[in-house]
Write a protein that binds this ligand. Structure first.
Ligand SMILES: Cc1cc2nc3c(=O)[nH]c(=O)nc-3n(C[C@H](O)[C@H](O)[C@H](O)COP(=O)(O)OP(=O)(O)OC[C@H]3O[C@@H](n4cnc5c(N)ncnc54)[C@H](O)[C@@H]3O)c2cc1C
Length: 414
């Protein structure tokens, strides 16, 4: 964070900064128009990078991060104004959510001076894009069961294993990964966090084909991948604590987005569709639209509270799960409403079929909101245990060395 991050602005300073943000956005935040299919989001990410580089050139990127590391060196009050103004324009950075909402704050909070000097400025300006490599086959909800290994060999780490569901790995320059560094410790210990060069020898990225025709996420295999010793983030074998912090940032990023203020985009879109199709007068449709409006408004308000907590210096806590769960609730409501408004166009499509294409794909994609960033059941467990103080799930494996557990795909001692 910049040294004066908590400083308050005078009314004049706030007004002048708002004008500066708006001027930049009016010139550059024009909705992204992708020509032709973009199943791997390559065109969209290229457009996001161009926009973000303009934000950086205007001195408005990485607002609260020190100028020394490529940030704007401004305050949380400046950041809030930027989010409020950005919220009035089309989203130009949707594909940078992992890079900016999760990897950037982790590097800034836990990175060494050398790591921040080397990576942060390019990440802030989107000259590089970053991914998150936590999930493995057999280690999703229970990610501490991960089996990818990192072994120290002189001045380098050697990585072997496999990650899965890695969003945008194919277009990323770097990733933040957790791997097992000591299987003799219990499963939540003996894990460390690393920066990985996605173009390094031995990194094999394979696309996963999705039901909607997209190929946004991947399996990532590591065969003797070498990374410098200095690319380990945080203390050795304490990666679980850092992973938990990154998951909190993830839930805040998914639950609050990159904008601020009350917004009801799904309601507006579906109310427009209902009007266009002449069914806006139907009382059942109106009732469902009002429920959606209420949920989106409530979610915006919860997001503003979470952002205010961050502004007051709190690291995101388990309350971030509330916003994340709310995103899934809205996705489910929107799915049911889309199907009742657009009918069969919500379940069948031909490539390039315009609106029909769009509706069916949005119905299919809505399911991912209940899984990505931790499933609904896991968010409810976190809210139960750590927000409401209910008894925790019974765990029988917390005192057992990882190598003796039968977890994930591990069938015998490693
Ligand atoms: C669109 C999308 C993008 C993703 N991007 C990434 C990424 O970039 N990087 C990354 O590392 N991962 C990513 N993931 C993976 C995601 O984090 C996992 O899919 C998720 O954590 C669930 O893990 P799993 O798929 O292994 O399911 P499992 O953990 O096998 O869960 C199966 C079912 O069991 C339930 N369950 C499991 N444990 C419990 C419990 N203790 N109590 C109650 N119910 C339980 C779950 O809720 C679920 O319904 C992505 C996933 C999606 C859908």
């Amino acid at each position: 964070m910049s040294d004066n991050v908590e400083a308050e602005l005078s009314l004049e300073e706030a007004a002048a900064f708002r004008v500066r943000c708006r001027a930049m956005l009016e010139e550059h935040a024009i909705a992204i128009a992708i020509e032709g299919p973009d199943p791997r989001s390559e065109k969209e990410i290229a457009a996001n990078k161009i926009f973000q580089q303009k934000v950086a050139a205007a001195g408005l990127a990485g607002i609260i991060y020190p100028a020394e590391y490529g940030g704007a060196g401004l305050t949380r009050s400046h950041e809030r104004i930027w989010r409020e103004e950005y919220g009035k324009f089309p989203d130009m950075t949707a594909q940078l959510t992992i890079s900016h909402g999760m990897c950037m704050p982790m590097l800034a909070e836990y990175g060494t001076h050398e790591q921040k000097s080397m990576f942060l400025a390019d990440c802030i300006a989107a000259r590089t894009v970053w991914c998150q490599m936590f999930s493995e086959p057999g280690a999703g909800s229970d990610v501490a069961s991960l089996q990818t290994k990192a072994t120290l060999d002189g001045d380098e780490w050697t990585i072997n294993g496999q990650k899965v569901w890695t969003t945008l790995a194919h277009v990323c320059d770097y990733g933040i990964m957790i791997a097992r560094t000591d299987p003799n410790q219990v499963k939540h210990r003996g894990i460390s966090m690393f920066i990985v060069d996605m173009k390094a020898a031995g990194v094999d990225i394979r696309a996963i084909n999705q039901i909607d025709g997209g190929r946004h996420f991947n399996e990532v295999f590591f065969h003797d991948v070498r990374i410098p010793k200095s690319w380990q983030i945080g203390p050795m074998n304490e990666g679980w604590r850092l992973a938990t912090a990154m998951l909190m940032y993830e839930r805040v990023a998914i639950g609050t987005g990159s904008k601020s203020g009350v917004s009801t985009p799904t309601y507006k879109y579906l109310a427009g569709e209902a009007t266009r199709r002449g069914i806006i007068g139907d009382p059942v449709v109106r009732q469902a639209l009002m429920r959606l409006y209420t949920e989106e408004t409530a979610k915006s308000l919860v997001a503003m509270r979470t952002r205010a907590e961050l502004k007051s210096g709190k690291t995101p806590g388990p309350g971030g799960s509330l916003g994340k769960l709310h995103t899934a609730v809205i996705a489910k409501l929107a799915r049911a409403l889309t199907l009742s408004i657009v009918g069969p166009a919500g379940v069948a499509w031909e490539e390039g079929a315009g609106d029909r294409d769009k509706h069916a794909k949005s119905v299919l994609r809505s399911f991912s909101a209940t899984i990505a960033g931790g499933t609904d059941e896991i968010q409810k467990n976190i809210i139960g245990d750590r927000v409401l103080g209910l008894p925790r799930d019974i765990a029988t494996d917390i005192d057992v060395p990882f190598k003796d557990l039968k977890v994930g795909t591990q069938k015998s001692a490693t």
